[in-house]
Design a protein. Sequence first.
Length: 106
Amino acid sequence: MKVLSKSKVVLVILFILIVSVAVISKKYIEEYTSDFIDYNLYSSVLEEDRKIFVRLPKGYDKKKSYPLIIKSDGNFNLKRWDESIAKLSKQGDIQDSIVVAIPNLF
């Protein structure tokens, strides 16, 4: 049985670490980003900027009114919400809606 040199062991560990960081980063980006419109608002109560995400219905018409859904855990499942609302509205089960998602920072 051949024993790896210290430098080869370090290279293997470094490679595994780089791949792990890449996989975690990809999952993070998929979970915390979306096709929603991003806005930054300043909260005078919290004394900080807060990011919100806004989902407009496809074919949005600013002259029409739409139901509003506000998600307080806005950084989770944004894509799933978009897909579900689009599918249910296409089927006629619900009216297409505007979603305002407010990420929870804690």
